[in-house]
Design a protein around this ligand. Structure first.
Ligand code: PBG
Length: 330
């Protein structure tokens, strides 16, 4: 059968018909809202590289988180900026670090909001690399031990889910074992499993003060390509995800989202765990810049982006648009 028996436009005749046959459902339940936390009190400072985003002190982060929960968004993802960096990134596991404080304050005031914490060293090390520098390289196994300490400190503060974003091998297993040994059987792991060495993290690195030093203490460390994935690879992403699931990841992630929709779709076909996708800072600011220049309709483009990520197969979308999207989805 063909035209005129079949006219595809019948299915697009009006908004009710389009709603009836819509294949992808995007809801506020799918969204995670990222928050940047800094030491101090009463702080809410605009982040210059990321329009509409702020550095919050733990007290105001809790206030912001309450608003996020009010808008129906089920989870926040916390990133921390320490007062000072050091060689090993030791403030990442400090009991009174900004993330640990913020977790406690949020869980106190808004207990039902899920608190996810980014587990990485890049905002805490002097080199701003995601791992410990040793003999001119990033030492994988030594880094895993430190990451497990970071994750444990977040769990002790009350985090529901820890999210390692460093891309060291074996870190999910290290973290899972450490959590189990310390009685945190219910603390989940959302692993940044397929995290690519992407140009789209630029605005975030300004926000988190985490742009890696190409040369540190006289050694050439270069960029993050020795641990983050090559954007030209897909099969490698499937192996990364498979390994993370075997090591105990409850949720896996593909990051960034938009240049990697095929990776999300492949992962959706192969794995039965929840899949998260990170709509990263560069994707957010690319749209903002184009909208500001008058090239596109911001809300329409934002929803189209979010639908594409959901349609590709993501269950969870981490996005700086979360609050705005939530308002439109009401
Ligand atoms: C830290 C981390 C990064 C992002 C999330 N966690 C930056 C990086 O790997 O360089 C990027 C998030 C974004 O761009 O929105 N490892």
């Amino acid at each position: 059968m063909a035209f005129p028996q079949i006219r595809m436009r019948r299915l697009r005749a009006g908004e009710s018909m389009r709603r009836l046959v819509r294949e992808t459902v995007l809801t506020v339940d799918d969204l995670v809202h990222p928050l940047f936390v800094k030491s101090g009190t009463g702080l809410k400072q605009p982040i210059s590289s990321m329009q509409g985003c702020y550095h919050f002190s733990p007290d105001l982060a809790a206030q912001e988180a309450a608003g996020v929960a009010q808008s129906g968004i089920p989870a926040v993802l916390l990133f921390g900026l320490p007062e000072k960096k050091d060689k090993t990134g030791s403030r990442a596991w400090a009991e009174n670090g900004p993330v640990q404080q913020a977790v406690r304050e949020i869980k106190n005031s808004t207990p039902n909001l899920l608190v996810i914490t980014d587990v990485c060293l890049c905002a805490y090390t002097e080199s701003s690399h995601c791992g410990l520098t040793k003999d001119g390289t990033i030492d994988n196994d030594a880094t895993c031990e430190l990451l497990a300490k970071v994750a444990l400190s977040h769990a002790q503060a009350g985090a529901d889910i820890v999210a390692p974003s460093d891309m060291m091998d074996g870190r999910v297993g290290y973290i899972r074992q450490t959590l189990e040994k310390n009685g945190f059987h219910q603390t989940g792991i959302m692993s940044y499993s397929a995290k690519y060495a992407s140009a789209f993290y630029g605005p975030f690195r300004d926000a988190a003060d985490s742009a890696p030093a190409p040369v540190f203490a006289g050694t050439v460390l270069g960029d993050r390509k020795s641990y983050q994935m090559d954007p030209a690879c897909c099969r490698q992403a499937m192996r990364e995800i498979e390994l993370d699931i075997a090591e105990g990841a409850d949720i896996v992630m593909v990051k960034p989202a938009l240049c990697f929709l095929d990776i999300i779709a492949h992962a959706r076909q192969r794995f039965d765990v929840p899949i998260a996708a990170y709509n990263v800072s560069g994707e957010y600011m690319m749209l903002n810049a184009a909208a500001q220049a008058g090239y596109l309709d911001r809300n329409a483009a934002m929803m189209e982006m979010l639908y594409s990520i959901k349609r590709a197969g993501a269950d969870i979308i981490i996005t700086y648009f979360a609050k705005e999207a939530a308002a439109l989805l009401k």
